[in-house]
Design a protein around this ligand. Structure first.
Ligand code: C2O
Length: 573
C-alpha cells in the first residue's frame, strides 16, 4: 500500500515537472486545465547597450522579461514583488480578465500601485484564450523595459489551423533610451513639448548593427533550410508604431492579437505597440544570412523619431556568418498604403458572435491638442507649437488620472474621484479631420477631467473611433482592456454612416486597433464582463497626455455576471 502510494506520488511529481517544462510542443501538454504559478520580481538591473552601462527596471533581471507559458483555460497566478524603488503594476495585455478586473493591472484604474517592497498576486483564468499576448508594466513609462511575452497553447488535442511549424520563436520589439524612462516622462511632461526619439529600436533586446557602437549586439535566429517557423511577434515599444519584415521572405499572417486569422501572405507587417502578430515563415531561399528589420511607421507630421531600423539575422545553417546576404527592405516611414493593405488582409478565421444589433452607439474622437501656456517660463515649459502645451484627448476630454483607483472608488461607492458623464458622442460636431473643436481655427484646446462611460451589462456596443487633425492627423493604436472587439470597418476621412461599409462576416477580433491616419475605425463588442475597463492610445506619450477614458460595465444578474470581491492583498493608495 505504502509502495503504491509512493509510486503514484512519483508519477504525480513527474506530471507536475512535465507541465512546467514541456513548453516547446503544444501536443505534449497534459490534459485538463491546470494552474501555472509564476514569481515576478520587479528589480533594478544593470545592462550595457550601445556602449553605455545603465540601470533599468526589469522582471527577474531579464530584458525582455520572462515568458508566461500557459494553455487555454488555465488559471494563471503571478506573485509580483516590487523590489524596485518605483511604484509598479503589471497588466496582462489582451487577457480578457473574465470576472477578474481586480487583476487587470492599469495603475489608478483597477488598482493602486504596488509600492516599493510590497507584493500583489495577480490571478486570472485564460477563458477561451490562446495565442500570443504580452504583459507589461502599466504605470509611468516603466513599460519600456518591464515587458514580456504570454504564450498560450491551444487545449490538448486542438491542433493549430495551419501546418505544424518546425519551431516557434518569440520576437519582442522594443525601444531603448539612454536616459532613465521614468525621469524622461517627467521631463517631457514638464517641457510641454514632444518626447525625444528613442536612441534605438530593439529586437529581443538587441539593437543590431546599424546604431553607434552596436555592431555585436545582434539577435540571430538560426534556421534549417526548408523548414517553416512560427514567429510570435510582439510590439512592446513605447511611443512608435513599426514595420517588420525579413529580406526575401514572405510572411504568412495566421494570428493577430491572440486570435486566428485567415492565412494571408505579405512582404512585411505593420504592428502597433500592444499588438501581437503570429506569422509563418519558411526558409525557402538560397542558403544565406538575411536581415530581419524593424523600422518606423510615423504618420504624423513634424514629429522627430528614430528612423534607423533595428536589424536581426535570419541565418540558415551552413551560411557564412560574417556577411549579410540581403538587407530587409521596409516601406518608407509614412507609407500609409502599406498599412492599409496590411489591415485589408486581416480576417477572422472563425468569427463566432459578431454583434449584428447595437444597443449603445458611441462615437469618440481621438487626437492631440495644444493647451494655452500658463507658465511664466514659456521657453522652458510650453514647448509645443505656438508656445503651447501638448495634450491629447478622447471626445476632446483629456483624461486625468484619479488619486485612488477607479475600480476601488466605484466598488466601494467612494464619491468625488470621477464623474459618470463621459459623452457618448462629441459635444460639438465639426470637420474632425480638417477643423478644430468649437469651429474656431487655432482653438486646439481640450477640456480635462476624470470622466467614465457607464454601460449596462450585456449591451452590444458599437464604437466609432475618429482621428482628428486638430494638431496633426496620426494613426493611433487604441487598446481596450477587458475585451477583444471586432473591427467591423475602417476608412479615411470623417466617418459617414451612409457610405461606410461594414464587414459583419469575418472581421478581425482584436484588442488594439491602429485607427487609420486621418480616418476612422468601427469596433463592436458585447459588454458582458463587469468592471472598470481602461481604453487608451498605446503610444505611451499620448496616454501621458490624456488620450484615454474608462468604461464602467455594470454587473448583470447572478454570480456569473457579477464582479467578485477584491483580493485581500490589493494595494491601497
Ligand atoms: Cu497594453 Cu492599457 O495597455
Amino acid at each position: 500500500m505504502a509502495l503504491m502510494r509512493r509510486i503514484s506520488h512519483f508519477l504525480l511529481l513527474c506530471l507536475v515537472f512535465l507541465s512546467y517544462n514541456s513548453h516547446a510542443l503544444a501536443n505534449k501538454w497534459p490534459a485538463g486545465s491546470s494552474t501555472r504559478f509564476y514569481e515576478f520580481k520587479v528589480q533594478t538591473t544593470k545592462v550595457k547597450k550601445l556602449c553605455k552601462s545603465k540601470d533599468i527596471v526589469t522582471v527577474n533581471g531579464m530584458f525582455p522579461g520572462p515568458v508566461v507559458y500557459a494553455q487555454e483555460d488555465d488559471r494563471v497566478i503571478v506573485k509580483v514583488t516590487n523590489e524596485s524603488p518605483h511604484n509598479a503594476t503589471i497588466h496582462w495585455h489582451g487577457v480578457r480578465q473574465r470576472l477578474s478586473c481586480w487583476s487587470d493591472g492599469p495603475s489608478y484604474i483597477t488598482q493602486c500601485p504596488i509600492q516599493a517592497g510590497q507584493t500583489f498576486t495577480y490571478e486570472f483564468t485564460l477563458v477561451q484564450q490562446k495565442g500570443t499576448l504580452l504583459w507589461h508594466a502599466h504605470i509611468s513609462w516603466l513599460r519600456a523595459t518591464v515587458h514580456g511575452a504570454i504564450v498560450i497553447y491551444p487545449k490538448t488535442g486542438a491542433p493549430y489551423p495551419f501546418p505544424y511549424p518546425y519551431e516557434e520563436h518569440v520576437i519582442v520589439l522594443g525601444e531603448y533610451w539612454y536616459k532613465d524612462v521614468v525621469e524622461l516622462e517627467g521631463k517631457v511632461l514638464a517641457s510641454g513639448g514632444g518626447p525625444p526619439p528613442a536612441d534605438a529600436y530593439l529586437i529581443n533586446g538587441h539593437p543590431g548593427p546599424m546604431y553607434n557602437c552596436s555592431a555585436n549586439d545582434v539577435y540571430t535566429l538560426d534556421v534549417v533550410p526548408g523548414k517553416t517557423y512560427l514567429l510570435r511577434i510582439i510590439n512592446a515599444a513605447l511611443n512608435m508604431e513599426h514595420f517588420f519584415g525579413i529580406a526575401n521572405h514572405k510572411l504568412t499572417i495566421v494570428e493577430a492579437d491572440g486570435e486566428y486569422t485567415k492565412p494571408f501572405m505579405v512582404d512585411q507587417i505593420m504592428i502597433t505597440p500592444g499588438q501581437t502578430t503570429n506569422v509563418l515563415v519558411t526558409a525557402d531561399q538560397p542558403i544565406g544570412k538575411y536581415s530581419m528589420a524593424m523600422g518606423a511607421y510615423m504618420s504624423a507630421r513634424n514629429v522627430s523619431f528614430q528612423n534607423i531600423s533595428a536589424v536581426a539575422y535570419f541565418q540558415y545553417a551552413g551560411a557564412t556568418t560574417n556577411s549579410v546576404s540581403l538587407a530587409a527592405r521596409l516601406p518608407s516611414f509614412n507609407d500609409n498604403l502599406a498599412v492599409k493593405s496590411h489591415m485589408d488582409s486581416l480576417r477572422s478565421l472563425n468569427p463566432h458572435d459578431v454583434p449584428l444589433e447595437i444597443d449603445d452607439n458611441l462615437f469618440f474622437t481621438i487626437g492631440l491638442n495644444v493647451q494655452r501656456c500658463h507658465s511664466s517660463k514659456p521657453n522652458k515649459s510650453c514647448q509645443a507649437p505656438n508656445n503651447g502645451v501638448f495634450a491629447a484627448s478622447m471626445n476632446n476630454i483629456s483624461f486625468v488620472r484619479p488619486k485612488v483607483s477607479l475600480l476601488q472608488a466605484y466598488y466601494n461607492k467612494i464619491h468625488g474621484y470621477f464623474s459618470a458623464d463621459f459623452p457618448g458622442v462629441p459635444l460639438k460636431a465639426y470637420d474632425f479631420v480638417n477643423g478644430a473643436p468649437n469651429n474656431i481655427p487655432n482653438n486646439t484646446q481640450s477640456m480635462i477631467g476624470t470622466r467614465v462611460k457607464v454601460i449596462e451589462y450585456g449591451s452590444r456596443v458599437q464604437l466609432i473611433l475618429q482621428d482628428t487633425g486638430t494638431v496633426s492627423t496620426e494613426n493611433h493604436p487604441i487598446h481596450l482592456h477587458g475585451y477583444s472587439f471586432y473591427v467591423v470597418g475602417y476608412g479615411s476621412g470623417n466617418y459617414n454612416p451612409r457610405t461606410a461599409s461594414l464587414n459583419l462576416v469575418d472581421p478581425p477580433y482584436m484588442n488594439t486597433i491602429g485607427v487609420p491616419v486621418g480616418g476612422w475605425a468601427a469596433i463592436r463588442f458585447t459588454a458582458d464582463n463587469p468592471g472598470v475597463w481602461f481604453m487608451h492610445c498605446h503610444l505611451e506619450i499620448h496616454t501621458s497626455w490624456g488620450l484615454s477614458m474608462a468604461f464602467i460595465v455594470k454587473n448583470g444578474e447572478g454570480v456569473l455576471e457579477t464582479l467578485p470581491h477584491p483580493p485581500a492583498d490589493l494595494p491601497t493608495c
